[in-house]
Design a protein around this ligand. Structure first.
Ligand code: PGA
Length: 243
């Protein structure tokens, strides 16, 4: 499966941040990486301009969240249709920060993933256990329950991406060991079953240039979801190269 590297800018980036995208593209010197799909999920405010200006440069864009409805009285929300209209091809749903900050349940995440598919976007569905859940040995139960609750049951496997992001590794500098990642990705792969054999499984949580190569080479890892290290073109480019 072709690897996929996704940069999640979170709530970072003013208009001037386009310089990072320009630097990334310049580094490719006219030929974007062919061995890897590259996606940047900037804040929604930058999406339209980025997709219009850089959409032909070998990278794609995504949203960081969407509402489950196509339109309506939902002040402050953005629908999947709006993201698609702005030039997005992907949308992250169920990120642990959304689950924690906005109380998003698995059912809500599934509705958002279904909305993404309805709008022609590829949902990147995030799952992952907390430190306490891992200490209690419950990480497999937690993640498989999140998968069962969050993935649209009827969706074709290739139409989805799953990102495993242990919460304790996000933004902390701590990464899961390659053994832990392989164990969990193997568990997720088995749980998805043959019908979802073409679903790409990303690892996320403090992926950086120094650890990207070994993580991206791990069994059942088909790419990475990168937060902090996606904000600097040089770091993100190094991670893309590692894929
Ligand atoms: P991080 O974030 O790379 O900064 O740990 C990853 C994520 O939250 O997607």
């Amino acid at each position: 499966m072709k690897p996929l590297v996704v940069g999640n800018w979170k709530m970072n980036g003013l208009a001037a941040a386009r310089a990072e995208v320009e630097t990334l593209i310049k580094g490719w010197a006219g030929s974007a990486p062919e061995a890897c799909d590259v996606v940047i999920c900037p804040p929604a405010t930058l999406l339209t301009n980025f997709a219009a200006d850089f959409g032909d440069e070998g990278l794609e864009f995504g949203g960081q969240d969407c509402h489950a409805n196509a339109d309506g009285a939902h002040t402050g929300d953005v629908s999947a249709e709006m993201l698609a209209d702005a030039g997005a091809a992907f949308v992250i749903v169920g990120h642990s920060e959304r689950r924690a900050d906005h109380g998003e349940s698995d059912a809500m995440v599934r509705a958002k993933a279904e909305a993404a598919l309805r709008a022609g976007l590829t949902p990147i569905v995030c799952v992952g256990e907390s430190a306490g859940e891992r200490e209690a040995g419950r990480e497999n139960d937690v993640v498989t329950r999140q998968l069962d609750g969050s993935l649209p049951p009827a969706a074709d496997g290739a139409a989805l991406v799953v990102a495993y992001e242990p919460i304790w590794a996000i933004g902390t500098g701590l990464t899961a060991t390659v053994e832990d990642i392989e164990r969990m990705h193997g568990e997720i792969r088995r749980h998805l079953g043959p019908a979802r054999a073409r679903t790409r499984l990303l690892y996320g949580g403090s992926v950086k240039p120094s650890n990207a190569r070994e993580i991206l080479a791990a069994a059942d890892v088909n790419g990475a979801l990168v937060g902090g290290a996606s904000l600097k073109a040089a770091d993100f480019a190094a991670i893309v190269d590692a894929a």
